[in-house]
Design a protein around this ligand. Structure first.
Ligand code: HEC
Length: 489
């Protein structure tokens, strides 16, 4: 008895592999079928490069950036592997989109493949969460500010928003706990779910077999191709191509590491491309007339994205049309095309808006402006003037150079009635930060205001509070360092 027979008798694995390889492919092998296996390949590559990165990466606010930089500068092929992991995530999500699109167009989600489709939609969601959580880990400027926007969006979801925000950030400000939460999700929970669901997806695929081309004839009547070697060859070739493109990108377009995350700096973050559409939606919502902003925000953060995922999950039951032929499914194909056009349009829109913002922000001074020409010792009365550079350096990154805030995430100072009232609360917020719900007009903010005690002197706090209370039409009284000192006690 040879070894193979021995193993086969104890596991049945040999006959399973033979069954799998000799499986029929209705209508013959096709390059249309390679997206699923190419996505799987990209996933394996992500796991391999990801494991390599965890050998060096140290998740804490004191080490995340430093260890990433170490990988770049001192680990052999470190910068290459990081770039490969970055481009791999882009490839995985792009291939996943194409795989889904092909299944959508060909109607392969129809009975008996409903559950396989639902598992696929869940895989899409998990992959997006992986992209989102991975974005923070390098802890550079872009990572920090993009993730802050994401956490603020999560916090604005009704009912569960606060809890989600607290879970994700782990405290009143983003720091080590935030990195640890994102790391745990990115390296343990999401990959575990991903691998389990992929296994399920494949088992169901083995059960149902290939869906074949989008025709209504009996699949058995079509000419049959063979999985091995025909389809296998095409799958391998596609994966090999993907690998080649990713290696080329990692070599010729390595991913840069920004400066270390610094919440006190001005920075306009750039989200990952697959979130641009959602980001565009949010921008549009934030730019609507004051009264409708809360509703529009709710639509943009919860109703539309959540509704889309729900629609996708329910698709096999919503689309009762039994035909798979393209010409008999104008509705589904029309809606799919329209959705793609809208998503691309929204992405382009936010791409342009972000670029414009980045250009604009280069025009405004971020460092302290030269001392006033009047000279002399700064009298308390001049405090409001000194506040402008303190504001530009420390606060404008979030609250905006003109005090406009960020729709739904960071409160404005312009037109904010809190600025005109008693100063004590405002001073307290600046000294100690705050993260509980803050209601201004009809909008509730749930973001995280960092604490400044220890970073700014009492005089600076007095100056900047005076500045925000007296700029942009605000009429609040001036604040002195002595008032600030009282609040610190
Ligand atoms: C990292 C982003 C960020 C930076 C930098 C920042 N803030 Fe804030 N700030 C916020 C957020 C978010 C809130 C809302 C907090 C909440 O929802 O409880 C806030 C709230 C406030 C409030 C309360 C407004 C009100 O209506 O009560 C004041 C005052 C304030 N910030 C002043 C400042 C000053 C002054 C600076 C610079 C020294 C500054 N902030 C820097 C994010 C920031």
């Amino acid at each position: 008895m040879n070894l193979i027979t021995w193993i086969e008798q104890r596991t049945g694995i040999v006959s399973q592999i033979t069954d799998f390889l000799t499986e029929d492919v209705p209508g013959g092998a096709s390059y249309w079928y390679v997206f699923g296996s190419a996505t799987l390949f990209a996933m394996v590559l992500q796991i391999v490069t990801g494991i390599f990165l965890t050998f060096y990466y140290a998740p804490s606010s004191a080490t995340a950036y430093e260890s990433t930089k170490y990988i770049y500068q001192h680990v052999p092929f470190g910068s290459f592997v990081i770039s490969l992991h970055f481009w791999g995530s882009t490839a995985m999500i792009a291939l996943l989109f194409m795989h889904m699109l092909q299944v959508l167009i060909w109607g392969s989600y129809k009975a008996p493949r409903e559950i396989m489709w639902v598992v696929g939609v869940l895989l899409l969601v998990i992959t997006l969460v992986l992209g989102l959580t991975g974005y923070l880990l390098p802890w550079d400027m872009n990572a920090y500010f993009a993730s802050q926007v994401a956490i603020n969006i999560a916090s604005s979801v009704p009912i569960v928003g606060r809890a989600t925000q607290e879970f994700l950030s782990g405290g009143p400000a983003m720091g080590t706990l935030t990195i640890n939460r994102f790391f745990g999700l990115h390296v343990w929970l999401m990959p575990a779910l991903l691998v389990m669901l992929v296994a399920g997806h494949l088992v169901i695929f083995r059960h149902n077999g290939s869906a074949g081309p989008p025709v209504d004839t009996d699949l058995k009547k079509l000419p049959q191709g063979r999985f091995w070697p025909n389809q296998m060859f095409m799958d391998a070739l596609a994966s090999f191509l993907v690998f080649g493109v990713m290696v080329a990108l990692a070599i010729f377009s390595p991913v840069p590491l920004d400066d270390k995350a610094d919440p006190t700096q001005k920075f306009i973050a750039y989200p990952a491309w697959y979130f641009l559409a959602l980001y565009g939606l949010l921008r549009i919502a934030g730019n609507l007339p004051e009264g409708v902003v809360p509703i529009a925000n709710l639509l943009a953060t919860v109703v539309i994205p959540g509704g889309l995922v729900t629609l996708l999950i329910l698709l096999p039951w919503l689309d009762r049309n039994p035909s798979r032929q393209l010409s008999r499914r104008p509705w589904i194909l029309g809606i799919t095309t329209l959705s793609i056009i809208i998503a691309v349009g929204l992405s382009l829109y936010s791409q342009m808006a972000i670029q414009k913002e980045q250009l604009d922000s280069k025009g405004t001074p971020t460092v302290a402006s030269p001392a006033p020409a009047t000279g002399g010792v700064a009298a308390p009365a001049a405090a409001g003037q000194n506040g402008a550079p303190v504001y530009a350096t420390n606060c404008a990154s979030c609250h905006g150079a003109s005090g406009a805030g960020t729709p739904n995430a960071i409160p404005p100072f312009a037109g904010n009635p809190d600025m005109n009232g008693d100063a004590t609360g405002i001073i307290h917020t600046v000294l100690y930060g705050r993260s509980d719900a803050l209601k201004i007009g009809a909008t509730t903010y749930n973001g995280m205001m960092p604490p400044w005690k220890g970073q700014l002197s009492n005089a600076d706090v007095a100056a900047v509070v005076t500045y925000i209370r007296s700029s942009w039409g605000n009429k609040g009284s001036a604040v002195t360092a002595a008032q600030v000192a009282k609040v610190t006690k």
